[in-house]
Write a new protein. Structure first.
Ligand code: ZN
Ligand code: ZN
Length: 263
């Protein structure tokens, strides 16, 4: 068994007490590598220390749209030099939690866009793929990615939101990260769209500690649950689970080249 969890916040406080156990259990369940996305830059020292302890764990530098106020390109420049930093993100647009006030809303959207574009340009500068977070902002995100030639480095649309509209980005060097949501009872839209994703663009992620797959919903998500995701994708595509594991691992290694050094 070989699975890569391409998106798991192992630096999150929810893993603080038993991280070693979480990683060892995941390794035993077939997970061979992990990628910690950047979210709030203040968590970067912890991500680095985890990566320095575990050869299987890598990290990315980036600022989540919810953490835009903490964006500082100098911090990203400092951490991107680390040998285990393999991507830029997660960055993107999230219109789910915008301010009510019209003026503030406009300002927030503009800030998110500016910081997203800055990170796309940074990724091109350092030649690393992007981890893109999109929530209720498919149209604007697509326009920004295309207009700023993100194709040059490519990346992953993490926690792919099942927007038909975004499938076109597969032609722009983008992969689609499928997570626990695909196992939810109300995931009809995502289940319908998974077969439309080009097979060579499909990758697996947990987004732990969030979005725990069925039947573990309600408890903390962990990288070992990539198995539930692979299982569900195999049912949707009428393939063996092992085939899905091999395929998604191959894809993840193509996007994030440093995984080739350990798998
Ligand atoms: Zn995200
Ligand atoms: Zn995330």
């Amino acid at each position: 068994m070989t699975i890569i969890d391409t998106h798991c916040h192992l630096d999150n406080i929810q893993y603080q007490d038993d991280l070693d156990e979480v990683i060892q259990e995941a390794l035993r369940s077939g997970v061979k590598a992990f990628l910690i996305p950047g979210a709030d830059p203040k968590d970067l020292p912890r991500a680095v220390s985890i990566c320095e302890k575990y050869p299987e764990v890598f990290f990315a530098v980036g600022v989540h749209p919810y953490d835009c106020d903490n964006f500082d390109i100098e911090i990203l420049k400092k951490y991107v030099e680390h040998p285990k930093c393999i991507a830029v993100g997660e960055c993107g647009l999230d219109y789910f939690r915008l301010p009510e006030n019209e003026e503030e809303k406009k300002q927030n959207i503009q800030l998110q866009k500016d910081i997203f574009i800055a990170q796309i340009n940074f990724a091109k500068e350092v030649k690393k793929p992007l981890i893109v977070h999109i929530r209720e902002a498919s149209n604007d995100s697509k326009i920004i990615l295309i207009d700023n030639n993100a194709k040059e480095v490519g990346g992953v649309l993490h926690c792919f939101n099942a927007s038909e509209h975004l499938l076109e980005l597969s032609e722009h060097n983008f992969y689609f990260g499928i997570g626990g949501v695909v196992t939810f009872k109300n995931a009809k839209k995502l289940i319908d769209i998974v077969p439309k994703i080009p097979l060579e663009k499909l990758i697996i992620e947990t987004d732990g500690p969030y979005l725990t797959p069925h039947p573990y919903r309600g408890s903390r998500n962990e990288p070992k649950y990539t198995n539930e995701i692979a299982q569900k994708i195999s049912e949707i595509l009428s393939k063996d689970k092992i085939e899905v594991e091999e395929l998604t691992t191959k894809n993840a290694k193509k996007l994030f080249k440093e995984f080739n050094t350990i798998i």
